[in-house]
Design a protein around this ligand. Structure first.
Ligand code: SF4
Ligand code: SF4
Length: 430
């Protein structure tokens, strides 16, 4: 894993330097290297080739392999996370990230070894908040967590055991990634057993168990790496369109993981995350690989684009989908999602429903001031009937401490149940 350097003094003696990033920051660092008498062989860049500060600039994919072996790479770019992911995955042996003195770079992915990562994780809160966990009971029970034993979360910035954890590791070849997660898991459990601080220590999902598995084998794969989206939902709190796509990294990662022999035969995957899965250029590649491998999956899609792969997966019962429709009429749909796509979405759902069994599709309705009206929810219930969809999820803003639509939620639920729909409320009870 790369380390952070703040100036040329942090480099120490070693191979000549290649600077990744032929922009202003890289050019300044090249001048600093010259002043410090540290040899620099040129620049790498994701887009440019040519010359900068009198030194050659190589497009990364065209750079001579020997040059990369002979040099240590210093990333001098604000896109350092994506570049570090790329270098990790390509097995680049030595690279570091240049940061300003006061620049805060997420430290865990840049830890140099497992112990350093564990030390850093002990100081970082999980996103679930501090919940407090029970002390281990007698009878040989130790604290354990399902996610630590068998889950892998692939996010925009790297991978981790669960969505609550701080980001852990950059993408790497699975030959190093899975053992890296295994040693982190062992280290976390060792610290939990010793009563030392960890990020997991306060988590409600850490519970007494007498059957903590001996090794990490993946049964649940959560994909959340894609941030591309073609909607503008009024309630969206994701980092959508922050990046143009997964750029092949997640596809390579999934391919490597499938070849690692660490997957359980009953692997299930889900794809939610920060954008619309179907617009990820690697959607078909990733889901195709997972389905070919025999796993089952759940896709959270806005259904604005029909996917033949999703339709096939629904047909043979290996895929299920959840779509947040949030409306029963085109004008409300437009207010909720920022696009005029009600008819298109309904048509895609109709095609998916024609292929799937009754439980293949769940429609979600996130209540907001824009769609909580009685007439709108009644139209939604009627639409579910017309589409012959049986499962409905009524939801609200997760970040609020209480449901602001308690009365409407209860009316909506009664109406939907009276129409024969199976209703779940999330996260509220009513
Ligand atoms: S204990 Fe909590 S934070 Fe730690 S891996 Fe499990 S779910 Fe995630
Ligand atoms: S579909 Fe999802 S990611 Fe896209 S805008 Fe809506 S909530 Fe955000």
């Amino acid at each position: 894993m790369p380390r952070v350097i703040r100036d040329t003094q942090d480099l120490g003696p070693g191979k000549p330097v290649l600077i990744y990033g032929a922009g202003e920051r890289g050019a300044q660092f090249a001048r600093d290297l010259l002043r410090a008498g540290i040899p620099c062989r040129g620049f790498l860049d994701s887009f440019k080739a040519g010359e900068c500060c009198g030194l050659p600039v190589y497009r990364y994919q065209d750079a001579p392999a020997q040059l990369l072996e002979e040099c240590r790479v210093v990333i001098a770019s604000f896109l350092h996370g994506a570049i570090a992911n790329r270098l990790s995955l390509d097995g680049c042996p030595q690279f570091s990230v240049l940061a300003d003195r006061d620049e805060d770079i997420n430290p865990v992915p840049l830890a140099r070894d497992t112990e350093e990562a564990l030390d850093l994780l002990a100081t970082m809160p999980i996103s679930l908040g501090r919940q407090g966990s029970p002390a281990p009971r007698g009878g040989g029970a130790r604290l354990a967590c399902n996610a630590l034993d068998q889950c892998l979360w692939v996010g925009m910035d790297g991978v981790k055991f669960c969505c609550f954890m701080p980001d852990l590791l950059h993408y790497q070849p699975a030959s190093r990634l899975v053992p890296g997660l295994e040693s982190l898991r062992r280290g976390l459990y060792a610290r939990i057993d010793e009563g030392r601080p960890t990020c997991c220590g306060s988590c409600m999902f850490l519970t007494p168990s007498t059957c903590r598995p001996g090794s990490y084998r993946i049964r649940s794969l959560s994909l959340g790496h894609n941030s591309r989206c073609n909607f503008e939902c009024s309630y969206c709190k994701t980092r959508k369109n922050l990046r143009t796509g997964s750029d092949g990294l997640a596809l390579r990662l999934v391919r490597d993981i499938l070849g690692s022999g660490r997957l359980r035969p009953d692997l299930e995957f889900s794809w939610a995350g920060e954008g619309e899965p179907v617009v990820d250029p690697d959607f078909e590649g990733i889901v195709g690989l997972l389905l070919e491998g025999g796993s089952k999956g759940l896709i959270y899609t806005n259904a604005s684009i029909h996917s033949p792969l999703v339709e096939d997966g629904l047909r043979d019962g290996r895929l299920r989908i959840v779509t947040s429709l949030d409306a029963g009429t085109p004008p409300t749909f437009r207010r909720m999602h920022g696009v005029d796509a009600f008819d298109r979405v309904v048509e895609t759902l109709r095609r998916y429903r024609a292929a799937s069994g009754p439980d293949g599709i769940s429609l979600k309705y996130i209540l907001t001031p824009d769609n909580a009206g009685e007439e709108e929810t009644a139209r939604f219930v009627r639409l579910c009937g017309a589409l012959d969809v049986h499962r409905v999820i009524i939801s609200s803003d997760y970040t609020l401490a209480a449901n602001p639509f308690a009365g409407q939620t209860e009316d909506f639920r009664r109406k939907a149940q009276a129409a024969g729909l199976e209703v779940s409320l999330s996260p509220w009870t009513a």
